[in-house]
Design a protein around this ligand. Sequence first.
Ligand code: SF4
Length: 302
Amino acid sequence: METKQIQKEIRQLIEEREAILLAHYYQRDEVQEIADIVGDSLALSIEAAKTAARVIVFAGVHFMAESAAILSPEKTVLLPRRDAGCPLADTVTPEALLEARKAHPRAAVVTYINSSAAVKALSDICCTSANAVRVVQSVSEDEILFVPDGNLARYTARFTDKKIIPWGGACPVHDEIDAGAVARLKQAHPDSPLAVHPECPPAVLALADFVGSTAGILRFVRESKAAAFLIGTEQGIFHRLRLENPGKTFLPASPSLLCETMKFTTLEDIRSSLKENRYVIRVPEETAAAARRTLERMTALS
Ligand code: SF4
C-alpha cells in the first residue's frame, strides 16, 4: 500500500512539474513500474530529448544523466541519488585518457557510452554495446584505443581486422561471472539458451547462444521459441523479461548479478528529487558541446 501511495505521489509530481521519468532496465521493479520510458542508457536520453518535458528525472547512474543533459541542454536533468555512479565509467579519467592518447598517437579513441562527459569530450566517437563493431569499422584509423570496457573491446576485436587496444576497465557485475559455474548451469539446463551481455569475460561469451546489449537480449528472448533462458546481465532486466514474456522462465547465469549503485535509487529518492529539485546534473557547455559531437558522430551511422 505504501509503495502504491508513493508511486501515485510521484506520478502527480511528474505532472505538476511537466517532467518525464526515465528508468534503466537495471532499476528496481517498483521504479520501472511507474517510469514513462524504460530502456538502455542512450535510448532513454534520445527519447527524452524528443519530448516536451521540462524536467528529466533519470533513475539510473551519473553518466546516464550526463548524457541526458548533453542531449537536452534546455531541460533540467535530475539524478535522484547523487552517489549513484558507475564503477566501470570511473576506470577512466580525462587525465589518464590524455596520457593514453599521447602513448598511441595513431589510434582513434572509441569510447563506450558508460563513461563521463569529460571523457567523451576527449574521444573521437562514442559507441554502445549494440553498435561497437559498426563504430570501429566507421573510423578511418586502423588502430583503436577502446575505452573503458576491456571485455567489450576484446569482443569487438573478434569482428574487425583493426588493431584494438583495450582499456583496462571492467564492469564489476558482469566481469565477476564465473565461466565454470555457467558451464555447469548450462549442463543442468540444456534446453535453455544462454543470453549474455558483451561486458562479460571472454570465457563466458564463448559459452553463450546469444551475445548482445540489454535491448538485444530482450529482442532475442521475444523472438526465441525456447521456454526457459539463462540470462547473463544485471538482474533488474528480469522485470522487463517477465513482463514481455509471461509464458517463459528465466534463470540468472550467476547469483551475483546485482549492480549496487543501480539499486540505490528508491521511490522515496525520486519523490524527494521532484519535490526539492535535486540533484541537478549540469555539464559545462564546452565539455557538453565536445561530448555531443562524439555522440552525434555515432548516431549519424544508424
Ligand atoms: S551494471 Fe556495470 S556498467 Fe552498468 S552501471 Fe552497474 S557497474 Fe556500471
